[in-house]
Write a protein of this length. Structure first.
Lengths: 482, 482
């Protein structure tokens, strides 16, 4: 395929939201599933971005929760993918406003430019079928249609909404046809789902959409003018913050929360659908990961250091170098992370959301964070803790710098185990290389920096009467934190 | 009960053997089940020793694998229990030789002294019934009988040998009678076990025995003179090593390995049995721990930080502060330790031995040790490791001292986080208190000591090209190690 002219390129708008509940304990509120390497060695977000590297696409716009911004940016940077913008939502407002933001940004340069709305947390096994379906949809979208992509159903699924399409149209389901939408239908019950499957002409609503920026904005203006108005203000008041576009907070918070389906697609006369089979899976539960995983002869999907004795049709995953042995079990899910273990009957795995709710009610950190915590400058992990002390491993990215800070209640020992550290301590600046250490007394202003070209790893031993993260007085910060 | 004259006291001989397979991952070869707090806050060994604190008993003789000696000694010391001796077996030779060693030691001072052979890894819920049964047995034993204790069966168990006793004798099973043994019978099949239970007059062979030292030695001399001869030599050649009595290695290694049952009890004309119900359980599997555990309304035994959703009749235990969530499961065992996870159907939990066999074949450390490793001076635990570095937490007991040592390939940083350390480094001796640190360069002779009255905790950061435990040159050691 010849490279298209820039104005013909489709701008993907990738939505990176997510509450981190359905794949707990691997996903957490501050580390939802799209940021995890669930279907390959890369995260679902990076897999999604890779799928969008075809010649028909320009650099994507990412729309994400501001809490996830450093991880999103770092994953894209590491993978080497360009992006047009990373838009920070101060609060989630569902998909119609996010699409409006994407359309407004594209329309700034190319009002008739095509926008592909895509989730960052779905698996699409057949990339070629995906790209073919997008190309098919693009033809209709250029003529003004609002195109959705419908997944040819393979089972009577009751967990998705369906799209009925015009049966007079072609319906080969290979992504080569774009046909009018007849009706959006709600999640059916079992017998209705079976009837849809038998009758044909129904596809699953994938939540992927393709349209011209101006057409979407025109239809949204017609059906939901308040959303367009709020989004225009949020973009007008947006601030550039490092690499990020931070939407105007008051404007966006005042925007009605609605899905694209409900706000536009179910109402417009120009809805079309590309029926397609492309190995799509929205990874709604651990059971879905078992569905799509590579299975051994006994039907098990196994990831990590696992020993099985007479186990069948199970999903066993261990993330922390921890050994797992399972004996005499069928149809279970067993997931081990650095701080938590999930064991569930496979067909009950979606109830993990109840566990997460209970954790949130109890204010347990396991709902929100991993023991590895990501920061703009790198990450840290708590590796040991006891009375009046704790041990962390810090990783500081090349060139990165922590804030200048001071603690009232703890002293810190730092031992460099890899790379080079530049440490400001009081009035002095010291350069430490591997195997050197420094002591930061209570109340001393200090600042840690990695002046080198490789990641700096250091072991921090904290001691003191209070070791909470909130014992910090920041004096200067490169990352806009108070 | 009035305190008996010293020569009337029963000397318990507590056998602390065990291969550490049946309760993996909590038990390990170097940390078998009797050393674990499985039925109370104390280890089974300490629970056993506590049961033997009644006035009828003198201080116990412990017979243990030499690999376990420091843990056995430390657990008894912490619990504050006296012991007569800790005998180290260079190799396991089953129970007849261990009983001979105990009898020989008792006979040195009191040839007619009573010896109670007891396992260190059984639970006995009803201590009063146990002590009553022992008192009953002691009367017969003083007259020369070789007494065994038979557990009144509560189910048609096929996993134990049975003892048929003389039905003409009394058989109240409350530990108040001592009756002649009619026959020792092998583990029965299911229908035979059911017949035994129905017929009455059968009890489980508990492996507890009570006899006069001289009587046991006489009967053993009669039936198995080679065992007596080997054990006499092993005691004659024994060396006192710190607190321990280390049996003559060649002599004991040459001793035939046989059980008391087979060598003596099944052959002697003077076998008697005390039928007793005392809440005895030999904790042969995780299922047994579920059997004896306190259950919630859904029949679950839960230990540690556990969240259950619709789980029934399961045993869930987490030892490492790690959160466990289980959903929709019945009849499972789930055990989490610092480095391993076991998930099993409850009635298949005994197959964990197959897992341990596979681990041993693969030379995996998880078969033998915990991440916490016990040493004569205290313990250490690996808390983090990466390329060219690792972090350990060391706990040094009050007054204890590591060997003077030197490493060719690693430097060490020590940060004291609790207590006081006395450090020899090269020619200098330094005293470090909480929050102070020291650096030990590669090739420098050093020695660590806890001169204080509280345990010393320190964080050790090792760095270097090779970090194996075997990079150590020892110059002086208080614990007889090379």
């Amino acid at each position: 395929m010849a490279k298209s002219a820039a104005s013909d390129l489709i701008t993907p708008v990738v939505l990176s939201g997510g509450s981190g509940t359905r794949l707990w304990p691997m996903s957490r509120t501050l580390f939802p599933k799209q940021l995890l390497p669930l279907a390959s060695a890369d995260s679902l977000l990076v897999d999604t971005a890779r799928r969008l590297q075809a010649p028909q696409f320009g650099p994507p716009i990412l729309v994400c929760n501001q809490e996830h911004r450093f991880i999103v940016a770092e994953q894209l940077r590491e993978a080497g993918f360009e992006r047009r913008a990373i838009v920070l939502e101060p609060i989630g407002r569902n998909t119609a406003p996010a699409a409006a933001i994407g359309a407004l940004l594209v329309a700034q340069t190319t009002p008739e430019g095509l926008v592909l709305m895509a989730a960052s947390d779905a698996v699409i096994a057949d990339t070629a079928a995906f790209q073919r379906a997008v190309a098919t949809g693009a033809e209709a979208a250029r003529k003004g249609a609002l195109v959705t992509f419908g997944i040819t159903p393979t089972r009577p699924e009751t967990g998705y909404g369906y799209i009925r399409f015009d049966a007079r149209g072609k319906k080969r389901g290979n992504g080569a046809d774009c046909v009018p939408v007849a009706e959006f239908v709600e999640k059916p019950d079992q017998s209705t789902a079976e009837a849809y499957l038998k009758r044909g002409g129904y596809v699953w609503n994938s939540g992927m959409f393709l349209f011209r920026a101006d057409r979407y904005l025109a239809e949204l203006e017609r059906f939901r003018p308040a959303i367009v108005a709020a989004c225009r203000r949020a973009v007008a008041e947006a601030e550039t913050d490092l690499d990020f576009l931070r939407l105007g907070q008051a404007a966006f918070a005042g925007c009605p929360a609605e899905s694209i389906d409900y706000a536009v697609m179910e109402k417009t006369a120009d809805a079309m659908v590309v029926p397609v089979s492309m190995g799509w899976n929205d990874i709604g539960s651990w059971g879905a990961l078992w569905d799509i995983g590579d299975k051994d002869a006994a039907g098990n999907v196994v990831i990590g250091d696992v020993l099985l004795e007479d186990v069948r049709n199970s999903y066993v995953r261990t993330e922390d170098g921890k050994l797992v042995a399972a004996i005499g079990l069928d149809d279970i899910v067993l997931v081990i992370t650095d701080d938590a273990v999930l064991a569930a009957r496979r067909d009950r795995a979606q109830d993990v959301k109840r566990v997460v709710e209970r954790l949130k009610l109890a204010n347990r950190p396991e709902a929100d964070v991993h023991t590895t915590v990501y920061r703009p400058w790198g990450s840290y992990q708590s590796v040991d803790a006891g009375a009046r002390f704790q041990v962390k491993r810090l990783v500081v990215n090349p060139g990165a710098k922590l804030s200048a800070q001071m603690h009232h209640h703890r002293a810190e020992h730092w031992v460099v185990v890899h790379g080079t550290a530049k440490v400001l301590r009081g009035e002095d600046t010291v350069l430490l290389s591997e195997n050197q250490s420094i002591y930061i007394p209570i109340g001393t202003v200090h600042r840690l920096e990695n002046p080198g070209k490789v990641p700096l790893h250091l072991i921090e031993v904290q001691s003191g009467s209070y070791l909470g993260e909130d014992d910090i007085v920041r004096f200067q910060d490169d990352y806009g934190r108070g």
